[in-house]
Design a protein around this ligand. Structure first.
Ligand code: ASP
Length: 321
């Protein structure tokens, strides 16, 4: 969907809670809708009070990390060894400042840590033991890995192990009888000054091999922002989003080829499908257009266009579907 720009109100916001193929009978999922609505409400209030796009997406993703319904922070999916390995990234559209972290299990808010990496170190991307050491040095809140593990995720992992599968969070596989499992989280925003920002946080894929890194923390793949083009946060088969260079190719299509946001997103998603992936993205361009495409059966999402109204949707229909 593309909406016309209204400069009198530059504020835009979009949020996702992951994509996948849940059972058609999964129902209305009122808890997930309420969570999306609540987080979008807080982010919108921040933006209306003059917060930067960067602050709005950081806070939105932090709130989603704290919500066990989604695959990030508390309630993140587990790797083959039953451990959480969390990834997150943030990008500021004004200057492409960015921070990213991969494979951590002891930092309470991976997105806050990514933000601190961006603002308080000379580097961009941290992983492994050095990352958790840095988190302590930076004074991030630390927790034990078990803090993130929920009974639902253990159950989901057991089902995936029995089936020998590595899965996207929302998938409706015969073995996956847990429709209370939800996805990667991300937010994009355009603030009152017209600046863009993007943030994404995830536990990755259920039953993934330990050490696997998805698209989320790879700047220019699952997360990207540039004030000259768009801010984008992805969800789906991370390997295919990395292979397609999703975020940066979206920027290139808009900034270099002059394509509009819908076309640029559609082509980028076609490339993901070409590389056998599925999922979707949320994106806001420099003119305030919003695109929320996905090629899976669903993508949990909320967004705010020029009229300032919060819309929430899960299925392929637009408003409220
Ligand atoms: N894109 C994430 C990953 O591959 C998974 C997801 O979006 O649910 O790590």
């Amino acid at each position: 969907m593309t909406t016309p720009t209204q400069d009198s109100n530059p504020i835009r916001f979009a949020l996702h809670g992951g994509a996948g193929d849940p059972p058609p009978g999964a129902g209305a999922q009122p808890e997930q809708r309420a969570a999306l609505q609540r987080v979008a409400t807080e982010a919108l209030a921040l933006l209306r009070n003059g917060a930067s796009a960067l602050d709005a997406v950081t806070r939105a993703v932090e709130l989603m990390e704290d919500c066990p319904l989604f695959n990030a922070g508390i309630g993140a999916v587990l790797n083959r060894d039953g451990q959480p390995e969390l990834d997150a990234a943030i990008v500021n559209g004004a200057d492409r400042a960015c921070g990213a972290v991969t494979g951590i299990s002891r930092v309470r808010s991976p997105i806050r840590f990514a933000r601190a990496i961006m603002e308080r170190t000379p580097h961009v991307f941290f992983g492994g033991a050095g990352a958790e050491h840095l988190a302590r040095e930076l004074g991030m809140e630390m927790v034990e890995p078990g803090f993130f593990i929920t009974a639902e995720r253990l159950h989901q992992l057991e089902a995936a192990r029995r089936a020998g599968a590595i899965t996207l969070d929302h998938d409706d596989h015969a073995f996956c009888d847990d429709d209370a499992a939800f996805g990667t989280v991300g937010a994009v925003a355009r603030d009152a000054q017209g600046h863009l920002a993007a943030a994404t946080s995830t536990g990755g894929l259920t039953n993934k091999l330990p050490g696997r890194v998805g698209d989320t923390p790879v700047i220019g793949a699952g997360t990207f922002a540039d004030d000259r083009s768009a801010a984008v946060s992805c969800t789906g088969t991370g390997e295919s989003f990395i292979r397609s260079g999703f975020g940066f190719s979206l920027h290139a299509r808009i900034a270099w080829c002059g394509w509009d946001l819908d076309r640029a997103c559609a082509e980028a998603l076609d490339t993901v499908a070409h590389y056998h992936g599925r999922g979707g993205c949320i994106a806001i361009d420099s003119k305030g257009n919003i695109a929320l495409p996905f090629n899976s059966r669903s993508m949990y999402r909320a967004w705010v266009e020029a009229d300032g109204r919060i819309r929430v949707a899960i299925g392929p229909g637009g408003d409220g579907a």
